[in-house]
Design a protein. Structure first.
Length: 72
């Protein structure tokens, strides 16, 4: 979340969670003109996020791959 406060943006923020605790920082992202997407497994999203999310994406955790040598 530090990038949200430190970078000018706008960018796309993808939250891999569905907790309503993230509403305040996502509101900040919207204020700065960022696009907000939420990725979650199946039905793990709270309706409180609806007002601060542009798009929801679901994923199958079995498809997640680890790339230990990926340069950051």
């Amino acid at each position: 979340m530090s990038a949200l406060y430190e970078e000018d943006g706008p960018e796309t923020l993808i939250l891999v969670a569905g907790d309503a605790d993230y509403v305040p920082p996502l509101e900040k992202a919207i204020e700065k003109g960022w696009r907000v997407e939420v990725a979650f497994v199946d039905k793990g999203v709270f309706a409180a996020l609806d007002r601060v999310v542009h798009e929801y994406r679901t994923f199958d955790p079995r498809t997640i791959q680890h790339y230990p040598d990926y340069p950051l």
